[in-house]
Structures are given as C-alpha cells and as structure tokens.
Design a protein around this ligand. Structure first.
Ligand code: ADP
Ligand code: MG
Length: 248
C-alpha cells in the first residue's frame, strides 16, 4: 500500500511547500513512484516544480484524479496541480466530510500506481487540510525554529487526534521536522530541545538548515538537489528522504 504523507501545519512560512517539493523529488530520485498533490490555493508547490495551476480541480468536479495528473521533469514524479478555485472550498463551513471522502476515494484509486503520495496543505486547519489528513496514512509536521514555534500546535494536534479517532483510523504521526535550523542561534537549540522533549522519537534526527539555496531553487522551478547539489540544504533533504524510507 502506498504511504500517503500529509505535510501540514496551520502556520504559513514554516517550510511545508519546500519540504513537499524537495522530499518528493528526493523520493522519486530514489526510485519510488511518487505523486505530489498541491492542495494549497496559492499553488506554490505547482510553480515550485515549474508547472501551471489547474483551472478546475478534479476534487471540486469529482472527476478521476488520473486525468489531471501532470508528468514532471523528474522521472517517477507526477503532480496533481493546485487550483486557485480552492479558496472557495476553504471558506465553506460545511462539506468537509464530502471533500474528505472525495479526496480519499480518488487517492485510494490512484494508490496502486504510486509508492508515495505527498500532500502539500494550505496554512490553515480548514476544509482542505482536514480532508488531506483524513485521506492520509501519516502526517509530517514541519516546525520552524523560532520563538512561537510551539504556539498553535495544541490546536493542530487536537485536530489530528480527532481525525485519528474517526473512520478506520489509518492516520498516524509520521514525524516532526525542524526547519530553517540555524545552529549559531541560541534560540534554535532551545526550540530543538523543547520540541524533542515534548514529542520524543517522532522528531526526525535530520534538521533542515536555513540555506539560501533552498529558498532560491523554486524560482528556477527546480528542487534544491538540482539547483545546488553541493549545498547543505540538498544534503539535508536527501538525509530526510533516507529517514522517511527507513520509517516504512
Ligand atoms: P509554507 O509552505 O509552510 O508556507 P514555504 O515552504 O513556502 O512555507 O517556506 C516559506 C519561505 O521560506 C519560502 O520563501 C521558502 O523559500 C523559505 N524557506 C523554506 N525553507 C527554507 C530553508 N531551509 N532555508 C531558507 N529558506 C527557506
Ligand atoms: Mg506552502
């Protein structure tokens, strides 16, 4: 069965999209058949791999996902592009259950063709993130090493636990990833220690350093592995990929 990894944190700017794109490319390069699903109306993951957003999203049309998949420049990596029409979905108060159901059904059908499905979520705990969590087998939460890192996490964890207790309960904690890690800052070490004390083993050993190559790569439609193969960011995402593969 494919592993469906939901990359979520209701805060923006913590490295969700960056991790979704680079981990997808790393998995594909390791020979895993990978699907990157862009569920954010901002469509950053879509442009990050050098492709265009979709006008109408199959999730909203209830159409089969396979008709909307795009091949990427990387072997073994397909993209389900994001769509700006998602904005309306996240504003809806009802319907989360049906969106969750549609997403899950469609992902389940596509699962035979993939080893890994990575879902890049919007920075909210709205309909789309909840639908993605319900459709996933694990959740990967990036946390930025900053002062308010832990704030809001209680709410996030509450939503995750609620979804874990629903349905057939296939969602598990896939891991917590420390991002924009700057070892020269005392604060980084404080956040690191606090997060590891609170969450224990589910925190990845790999940390993603703050590295300008990581932030420059998407403007070229490339992963950091392609853009700066000797960079620390590249090494970190390859290391993360190994850890994810080992946790299977
Ligand atoms: P999110 O998807 O959670 O909103 P992004 O992945 O878009 O976060 O990252 C937010 C910003 O930080 C982007 O401009 C991105 O290029 C930059 N960024 C992400 N990770 C790193 C890193 N390790 N080093 C430097 N800049 C980073
Ligand atoms: Mg994002």
């Amino acid at each position: 069965m494919a592993r469906i990894i939901c990359i979520a944190n209701q805060k923006g700017g913590v490295g969700k999209t960056t991790t979704a794109v680079n981990l997808s490319v790393a998995l594909a390069r390791a020979g895993e058949r990978t699907l990157l699903v862009d569920l954010d109306p901002q469509c950053n993951a879509t442009s990050g791999v050098g492709l265009q957003p979709a006008n109408n999203h199959p999730l909203l049309l209830n159409a089969p996902l396979r008709d909307s998949l795009l091949a990427t420049q990387w072997q073994n990596l397909d993209l389900l592009p994001g769509s700006r029409s998602f904005v309306d979905v996240d504003r809806l108060e009802r319907g989360s259950e049906s969106h969750a159901k549609v997403l899950r059904q469609h992902l389940d059908v596509s699962m035979a063709s993939f080893d890994y499905v990575l879902i890049d979520c919007p920075p909210s705990l709205g309909q789309l993130t909840q639908a993605a969590l319900s459709a996933s087998t694990e959740v990967l939460m990036p946390i930025q090493c900053e002062f308010y890192a832990m704030e809001g996490l209680t709410q996030m964890i509450h939503v995750i636990r609620t979804i874990m207790q629903q349905g057939d309960g296939r969602l598990t904690f896939g891991g917590i990833l420390l991002t924009m890690y700057d070892p020269t800052l005392e604060l980084t070490h404080e956040v690191d220690a606090e997060v590891r004390e609170f969450f224990g083993d589910i925190v990845f050993d790999t940390v993603i350093p703050r590295d300008v190559s990581v932030s420059e790569a998407p403007s070229h439609g490339l992963s950091v592995m392609d853009y700066a193969p000797r960079s620390r960011g590249c090494r970190a995402y390859l290391e993360l990929c190994m850890e994810v593969l080992e946790r299977d």
